[in-house]
Write a protein of this length. Structure first.
Length: 502
C-alpha cells in the first residue's frame, strides 16, 4: 500500500518545486519581491473588473433564457454599469489625489464582492440592472487609483513595460470570465457570479496591506536588476520628477506652451478647473479619443464575443470559450510587447516612440479584424483573430505611459478620472449599440452579429487617426509638463494664462 501511495507525495513535491521555480522566475523578471507584489495586485484589480464584465457576456445566452430578455437588454446591463462607473470616476479621481489610495481601493473592492453576490441573488431583470449599477459605482475606483499608484511606484523609464504587466490583468480576467466562470454559467449564471465574488474579499485584504507611496514619483520601487545611478543622476527618486520623455524634450530645446505651464500648486485646483486644464492638453484629448475607440470595440467583444464565435464558426459554446482563451493569450503577448517596445524606442532617443507604437498597433488591428470577421472557418480565422487581439492590446500600455509624461504628477488622479469618465461614456454605449444594431438594423442571427462587428471597426480606425495626430502635439505637451513639474526650471506663464486654471 505504501508503494501505491508514493506517487501522490512525489507529484505534490514536483508541483511545489515547479511553483517555487515559477515564482522565483516571476520575481526576478519583475525586479524583486516588493515590485512583484505591487504589480500582481494591481493587475489582479483590473482582472477582477474585466472578469466580471466578460462573465456577463459569456452568460448572455443563459441570461436571455432565464430572465426573458434579448441582446439589447444584455447590452443595457453592461452599458448601465459603465455609465455609472463613468460618473463615479470623477469623484474617485479627486480622492486619488488627496487620500490614502491603497485603503480606498481596498474598501472599494470589498463592495465589488458584495455587489457581485447581490447580482447573483436577484429574481428579475430590473433588480439585476440595479445591482449592476451599484457595481459600476464602486469599480470606478480602479482607474484613477491604479494610474496614480503606477506613476508614484515606478520610474518613468519603465512605465510602459509596467503598464504592460498590469493591463495584462484585464486580459487574464477576461479569459477567466469567458472560460472559467463562463463555463460555470452554462450550468448556472448565478453560481458564476458568486464564485467570481469570493476572490474579491481576499484581494481587498492584500491591497489594504500595501504601503502608500509618496506623491510625485519620489519613492519609486527600484528594480533589483537596475544599475546604480551615477552621482547626481537619481532619475525620479531624488526629487527630480522629470520623466525620460521630458528630459529628451528639454535636451532638444522643445518649447513648452506658455498658456499651459502651471506656476502654482495643482492640488488647489477644483475638479472643473482640473478638467479644463487636462482637456486643454491636445495630446491628452487625442489619447482619450484613441483609447475610447479601442475600448469601445473591446467592450462589444467582451459582451458578444462568445455568441459571435459560436454562431459564426458553428462551434459549441464550450469550444468557443477555448478559442477566446487563445485570443486572450495573444492579447497578453500584445500588452507586454507594446509596453516594452515603447520604452525601448524612448530609451533609444525616439521621443515619439510610445505614440508611434500605439498608432501602428491600432492600424494593424483594423486590418487584421476584417478577414477574421468574414471567414467562416475557425481554423482560418484563429490566426487573424489572435494577431488582431495582439495589435489591439499592444496600443494600450504605451498610451497609458505617455499620458503620465504630459500631465503634472499631482494631477494624475484627476486626469485619469476625467479620462476614465470620457472613455467610459463611449465604452458604455458599445454593448447597447452592438446589441441594438444586431437586433434592429441587421435583423438578428449570425449574419447580424457579423455585420455589426464589421461596422464597429470604424471606431478602431478613428482611434488610429487620433494617434497619428498625437505624433505632432506630443513633444510640445511633454515639454510643457516638464516646465510645470516641481524641482525644474519652469517657464513662467503669462499673466492670465496658466493662472486661469488655478
Amino acid at each position: 500500500m505504501n508503494a501505491r501511495r508514493r506517487p501522490v507525495p512525489i507529484a505534490a513535491a514536483a508541483a511545489r518545486r515547479l511553483g517555487r521555480t515559477g515564482s522565483a522566475a516571476l520575481t526576478t523578471a519583475l525586479g524583486g519581491k516588493e515590485r512583484t507584489r505591487v504589480i500582481v495586485l494591481l493587475a489582479s484589480v483590473l482582472a477582477l473588473s474585466s472578469a466580471d464584465t466578460a462573465t456577463v457576456g459569456a452568460s448572455a445566452i443563459q441570461l436571455r433564457h432565464d430572465l426573458g430578455i434579448n441582446n439589447t437588454d444584455v447590452g443595457l446591463i453592461v452599458t448601465v454599469t459603465s455609465l455609472v462607473a463613468a460618473a463615479a470616476s470623477l469623484p474617485f479621481g479627486v480622492l486619488a489625489d488627496r487620500v490614502t489610495r491603497t485603503r480606498m481601493l481596498a474598501g472599494a473592492i470589498v463592495l465589488w464582492g458584495a455587489a457581485m453576490i447581490w447580482s447573483a441573488t436577484v429574481p428579475a431583470f430590473g433588480q439585476l440592472l440595479l445591482a449592476r449599477a451599484f457595481l459600476g459605482g464602486v469599480t470606478a475606483a480602479a482607474g484613477p487609483i491604479v494610474a496614480s499608484l503606477v506613476g508614484d511606484w515606478f520610474a518613468s523609464s519603465e512605465r510602459g513595460r509596467i503598464y504592460g504587466y498590469i493591463i495584462s490583468g484585464e486580459l487574464v480576467g477576461a479569459a477567466i470570465g469567458f472560460s472559467v466562470t463562463g463555463g460555470i454559467a452554462t450550468l448556472s449564471w448565478r453560481a458564476a457570479f458568486v464564485i467570481l465574488a469570493l476572490p474579491a474579499f481576499v484581494l481587498a485584504w492584500l491591497v489594504f496591506q500595501l504601503p502608500e507611496p509618496a506623491r510625485g514619483g519620489r519613492s519609486s520601487l527600484v528594480s533589483t536588476k537596475a544599475k546604480p545611478a551615477p552621482a547626481g543622476d537619481d532619475d525620479d527618486r531624488a526629487g527630480d520628477q522629470t520623466t525620460d520623455a521630458q528630459r529628451l524634450a528639454r535636451e532638444r530645446g522643445i518649447e513648452p506652451d506658455p498658456e499651459l505651464v502651471l506656476t502654482s500648486d495643482p492640488r488647489r485646483m477644483g475638479l472643473l478647473s482640473a478638467a479644463r486644464y487636462v482637456l486643454s492638453i491636445k495630446t491628452n484629448v487625442a489619447l482619450i479619443l484613441a483609447s475610447a475607440g479601442g475600448y469601445y470595440f473591446l467592450s462589444g467583444v467582451q459582451t458578444f464575443g462568445v455568441e459571435f464565435v459560436t454562431k459564426q464558426y458553428g462551434i459549441a459554446q464550450a469550444l468557443s470559450t477555448l478559442v477566446l482563451l487563445v485570443v486572450g493569450a495573444a492579447g497578453v503577448v500584445g500588452v507586454l510587447a507594446g509596453g516594452a517596445l515603447g520604452d525601448f524606442l524612448l530609451h533609444r532617443g525616439y521621443l515619439n516612440g510610445r505614440i508611434l507604437v500605439s498608432a501602428i498597433a491600432a492600424t494593424a488591428a483594423v486590418i487584421l479584424f476584417v478577414p477574421a470577421i468574414f471567414t467562416r472557418s475557425p481554423l482560418a480565422a484563429l490566426p487573424y483573430i489572435s494577431l488582431a487581439a495582439l495589435a489591439l492590446s499592444a496600443q494600450n500600455p504605451p498610451i497609458d505611459a505617455a499620458r503620465l509624461d504630459i500631465v503634472h504628477p499631482l494631477l494624475w488622479g484627476r486626469a485619469e478620472g476625467i479620462r476614465t469618465f470620457l472613455r467610459t461614456i463611449a465604452q458604455a454605449s458599445a454593448p447597447l449599440l452592438f446589441g441594438a444594431v444586431s437586433d434592429y438594423v441587421f435583423g438578428g442571427g449570425r449574419s447580424a452579429l457579423q455585420w455589426t462587428f464589421a461596422l464597429m471597426l470604424l471606431p478602431l480606425a478613428v482611434s488610429a487617426y487620433f494617434l497619428y495626430k498625437a505624433l505632432r502635439t506630443y513633444p510640445r505637451d511633454v515639454a510643457t509638463a516638464s516646465a510645470s513639474a516641481p524641482g525644474t526650471s519652469g517657464v513662467s506663464a503669462e499673466p492670465g494664462s496658466a493662472g486661469r486654471f488655478t
